[in-house]
Structure formats: C-alpha cells, structure tokens
Design a protein around this ligand. Structure first.
Ligand SMILES: [Zn+2]
Length: 167
C-alpha cells in the first residue's frame, strides 16, 4: 500500500469508501428514509438480479437519516430516474466507472412524467382500451412538501402513495 492510499483510507468518510468500492455502476444517495426498497422495485432489482447490490437504510447519522442504494453494473434510464424522483426528490445519483465517480447530480423533479404513473381515475381515457400513454404535470405542494401530479387527460390529482401507481 502506498502512503497516499493509506492516507485516503484513513481520511475518507464512510460514504466515500462505499462509493469507491464499486467498479462500475450507480450509487443512489440521499434517498428519502424508508424508500430504498421502493427504489429497488423501480429498478426491478429482485431475486433474479445477479450483480452486487448494497442497501443502507437510515444512514447518515447526525447529518440526518437517509437511505443509500449501490448497484453494480447498472446505470439508470431517464424513466427510472423520473420514477425515483417521484418517491425521493432529494436523492442524488453518482455514476461510477472504473472506480471513479464520473458524474454526480441531484435527481430533479421533472416538469411532467409520461408512461410512468397509472392514473387513479378508473374512467380516465388512459385506463381504457385506447393506446394512450399517461401524462402528468408535476408540481410541488409546499405545505405538505410532497409532489403533486395532475393528469392532463382527466385532471385527477395524485399526491399520496405514488409508488403504488408507478408502472
Ligand atoms: Zn387521468
């Protein structure tokens, strides 16, 4: 071990070590506490997934709780990022290639989401046999600090338990 490596191992905080332990893949950090397993559902990570996946729930100690998901050999599609933003708008994405963080960015609230959420209204045209993709305008409710989705077809408002409606 070189002197430099020893030094970084000593100085690096735990998050840093977790990120560096991954060769290629994605670290989703600052996930809303309790949402890590929903994030895995969105990414369709289940028993058939063979790459290494690490889940840390309620990490962060005195800096406040958060969940972290680290997933080897996988980068996220825009659709997956948008889905995660609906249940964890403060999350950050770290893309890892060859042990380096090549990109770090906050997940941003999309202006609208298409083909991600099923409309709560059973009579909505998107729930009929018509081949119409769902579309919702996304806004933020400052009072309850949660996202509000408005269906562009039937004006239905959805804000709670969005995970149940993510397709
Ligand atoms: Zn609708």
């Amino acid at each position: 071990m070189t002197g430099e490596k020893k030094r970084s191992a000593r100085l690096g905080d735990k998050n840093d070590l977790r990120i560096k332990a991954i060769e290629n893949g994605t670290v989703i950090d600052h996930i809303t506490p309790g949402q890590a397993l929903n994030v895995l559902n969105i990414l369709r990570v289940n028993g058939d997934f063979t790459n290494t996946v690490s889940v840390v729930m309620n990490a962060g100690g005195s800096r406040g709780d958060k969940d972290v998901v680290k997933i080897e050999g996988r980068e996220l599609t825009e659709k997956e990022v948008n889905s995660i933003s609906l249940i964890s708008p403060k999350a950050t994405l770290n893309i890892i290639r060859n042990f380096e963080v090549v990109q770090k960015r906050p997940i941003q609230k999309p202006e609208s989401v298409c083909g991600i959420v099923k409309c709560i209204n059973p009579n909505c045209i998107t729930n009929s046999s018509e081949p119409i993709e769902t579309k919702f305008i996304v806004s933020e409710n400052e009072k309850v600090k949660s996202l509000v989705l408005r269906c562009v077809f039937c004006e239905s408002i959805m804000t709670e338990d969005l995970i149940k409606f993510i397709e």
